[in-house]
Design a protein around this ligand. Sequence first.
Ligand code: WQD
Length: 344
Amino acid sequence: MKILVTGGTGFIGSHTVVELQAIGSEVIIVDNLSNSNIAVLDNIEKISGIRPGFEQFDLADQALTANFFERNHGISGIIHFAAYKAVGESVDKPLHYYRNNLVSLMNILDGMLTHGITNVVFSSSCTVYGQPDELPVSEQSPIKPAFSPYGNTKQIAEEILHDTLHAYPQLRAIALRYFNPIGAHPSALIGELPLGIPNNLVPFITQTAIGKRQQLRVFGNDYNTPDGTAIRDYIHVVDLAKAHVVAINRMINQNMKKPLEMFNLGTGTGLSVLDVIKSFEKVSGQKLNYVIVDRRPGDVEKVWADTSFANNELGWKAKSTTDEMMLSAWNWEKALAVNEKSNS
Ligand code: WQD
């Protein structure tokens, strides 16, 4: 089967491409490379032995997207990752986020309707829950007002899917609500490639340890949690990628219970910032230089997933331990350092 993966050179996208190729799918990637690197294609090919199809353009461009669908036939399903994802940046550039994240989705839905493509998997986020009243958070938990324009784009995107599927009953969609994806492929050939200073915890930890950053700042130790630092549900990117393969197969094999389904993708375990640091120190054998500073504005205190619906309905479960995730992230950072050295 032929699958269009938008944002396929990005962090989660590239890992999903590899998993799709492993089950024999033909993959075509569309990415504008605004937050990824063309060299990812070479590394996907090194892992799988297959170079995915690739087109570079902006899916927020209606004419280019329509033209892509005119030229590419036989697509069985779409996995739509392409989006901006930095929470802080979205506060400063809201229109940038609304335009990119929502117009691209609408252009893709237009292409699906025009060309009889019925299946789309959408990258959603646990940010749709805000700070939940009850933990763990299940798919039935209320959607709270978004904390950021980024979070709002994910909420609105789910509403766009809901309304479009209502109007066009031939369409089906699965929204996957990611918790905190971390780690890298075991080959250390693909992983997270933050542009500039990382926003997220794990790349900041590994960059500090390798010497690219001086010190990690731990944002707050006065939360209502056992060690005072904020709690998240960190999931290995390879486990997450595998869930996309399950989701697209579920649609293509017509096993869905409703036209629009939502699933939480996490491990079900909450880890504090200090838990993550401890695991990193254990697997890397080195002490991390960190300091406790004030809370980061906009951060929720604690969130972790009730994964029972995804586990039971998809027959999928995140398998990796925290140490495995941290070790893969560290191996990836070290491989990047070796590459940078040999290129300099
Ligand atoms: C994790 C924890 C920080 C950096 C991300 C995405 C968001 C969503 C969920 C999918 C927090 C702390 C961080 C640092 C720190 N995913 N931290 N020092 O904010 O949970 O959100 O995952 O859509 O889009 O951005 O992840 O990795 O930024 O932070 O102490 O330098 O680490 O305060 O408690 P977050 P994160």
